[in-house]
Write a protein that binds this ligand. Structure first.
Ligand code: FAD
Length: 501
């Protein structure tokens, strides 16, 4: 039997399950395929293509240095053609693949007409595999992230003192919502100069005659495990101590604040979740770091990331098509071109995404997807947009974050209430409103902030549905106090705004 291994673009770890299962480097051919086929699906951010392809090429070189026999294919065709040829050339009788993170890719692989069977290996890029998550979820009526996170803390013995959480609390969230007051001085992010391989990919992407999005340069993302480890180390030293307090803050010109910038590397397999969590935990003990920062950061990975991945695995293929509010507004053009909006919070975040492919969590949740939710944009169009433009976007992380958390389109499978907010929140947690043409304190009138208009219009339109969500009662009580006259003005203004997009 000749086993051949196909490594996918987000499986770039020397210990990934398919590689781990084969001891003989020289006798096991490996293939990596860079295909233009998937770029035709949506207009990806140019830096995303550079990141993934450069990381793949670097990884292929690392495997060669470790003695593996590696074939690297760059093709404008589908993956099937070169894959078949490679199987034939190397007389491969079994293709070994680690189960893809993304279901659409897994489905596509199942349709390939290959001359040998595929031996699927359980994906080991997450702390909880599908079976383990199913076992956890089968035991519960509601799949609450907080319950899952606590179980994860105990299971992996992270920040524990015997059976109790360190500091006698599981969650320090309430300390992690400081608004940005005065001048904040976050450390600069760690970026890298593109090397020869990355430059070649930049050149190649520049030559593509396909619709793409965003600026390609400056490109500073890490493209190897070594560089990703440097980003991790830098984060632990310079950013983690203050990660917690300003986790939800947004400041003009400060694109990353104290956030880790690790998602692109975790999602490609260049870093593994447990090593990141353990590095943060070790820093807590060695450097006596504030527990709200360390716990807050660990919760993002051991909690949110694993939980959302688990939910994605156990949901059926229709999850992405949910549309609980029946929202059908098309995506406004300015999502593709930030210059086309004068709503400052949107313009700031969108132009940042154009330049970097990155926005931090609160920018994604409370600016971009909040707007999409309250303006009634189609969840599927919004998901498609997020998937195209973010440096760290993949199907598994997109569906749950956008359809579930951001847009509540799944009707509350994942979140206990919609993350809907008016300008009040943005004004409190950012400095964006200070330089905006619209007034965050008005909900009617010429220069009333459109977030206010859409927010109250959203509550008004979905009053009945929202009543079933217990946690919405307080805001609905405010809505009840508004006069019919004011509501009519808001309805009309919302319509005017939508017709402008
Ligand atoms: P930090 O804030 O420093 O957090 C540390 C790590 O925690 C991240 O690197 C990430 O791996 C993990 N994490 C935190 N929250 C989540 C979450 N909700 N889901 C998954 N992982 C999480 N994350 C992606 O990886 N890819 C996406 O395409 C993506 N799209 C999102 C879209 C929306 C609408 C929302 C609300 C969230 C999205 N997220 C996505 C989750 C989160 O916003 C990003 O993981 C985070 O902003 C990445 O930046 P960071 O590494 O600086 O994160």
């Amino acid at each position: 039997m000749t086993i051949g291994i196909w490594i996918l673009g987000d499986q770039l770890w020397s210990q990934q399950a398919a590689l781990q299962s084969c001891q003989s480097h020289r006798d096991t051919p490996i293939i990596l395929i860079e295909s233009l086929e998937f770029v035709r699906v949506r207009p990806y951010h140019r830096q995303k293509l550079v990141l993934v392809w450069s990381a793949m090429r670097h990884f292929a070189d690392e495997l060669r240095d470790a003695g593996w026999s590696v074939t690297y294919i760059i093709t404008a065709e589908s993956v099937e053609v070169p894959l078949k040829k490679w199987i034939q050339d190397h007389k491969i009788t079994q293709l070994r693949v680690m189960i893809p993170n993304d279901k659409p890719f897994q489905d596509l692989m199942a349709t390939l007409n290959l001359s040998c069977p595929i031996d699927w290996r359980e994906n080991n890029h997450f702390l909880w595999n599908e079976t383990e998550f199913k076992q956890w979820s089968n035991r519960r009526k509601r799949l609450l992230m907080e319950d899952f996170y606590r179980e994860g803390r105990q299971r992996f013995n992270i920040l524990m003192e015997g059976k109790q959480p360190l500091g006698n609390r599981w969650n320090f969230d309430s300390e992690n919502r400081k608004p940005p007051k005065g001048k904040l001085n976050p450390p600069r992010p760690l970026w890298f100069e593109p090397d020869q391989i990355t430059r070649a990919v930049i050149e190649q992407v520049n030559q593509l005659s396909l619709p793409l999005y965003g600026k390609i340069e400056p490109f500073g993302w890490a493209v190897t495990r070594q560089q990703a480890l440097e980003v991790l180390h830098y984060f632990i030293e310079e950013r983690l101590p203050n990660f917690g307090s300003y986790q939800d803050a947004m400041v003009t010109g400060e694109q990353t604040l104290w956030h880790a910038l690790l998602s692109p590397y975790l999602n490609l397999g260049l870093l593994q979740p447990l090593e990141v969590i353990e590095a943060a935990e070790k820093a807590y003990f060695d450097k006596n770091l504030p527990l709200n920062s360390v716990e807050g950061f660990i919760r993002q990975i051991l909690g949110w990331r694993e939980y959302l991945h688990g939910i994605y695995r156990v949901m059926n293929r229709e999850y992405s098509q949910h549309n609980w509010f029946d929202h059908t507004q098309p995506l406004p053009e300015f999502f593709w071109d930030a210059k086309k909006t004068d709503i400052n919070c949107l313009s700031q975040v969108l132009s940042q995404v154009e330049t970097t492919g990155y926005a931090h969590h609160i920018q994604r949740l409370m600016i971009l997807s909040n707007f999409a939710l309250i303006a009634g944009l189609s969840p599927q169009e919004v998901e498609n947009w997020f998937h195209a433009v973010f440096i760290d976007a993949y199907d598994w992380v997109m569906q749950t974050n956008v359809i579930g958390m951001g847009l509540f389109a799944d009707g509350g499978i994942l979140a206990s209430k919609p993350y809907a907010a008016s300008a009040n929140y943005v004004n409190k947690m950012s400095d964006y409103c200070k330089s905006c043409a619209y007034n965050p304190r008005s909900r009617t009138g010429e220069n009333a902030c459109p977030l206010n208009v859409f927010y109250w219009n959203f509550l008004d339109r979905h009053r009945e549905k929202l009543k079933s969500q217990g946690r919405m009662n307080l805001v609905l009580a405010h809505l009840d106090k508004m006069s019919e006259n004011e509501l009519n003005i808001i309805r009309q203004q919302a319509e005017n705004w939508l017709s402008r997009f």
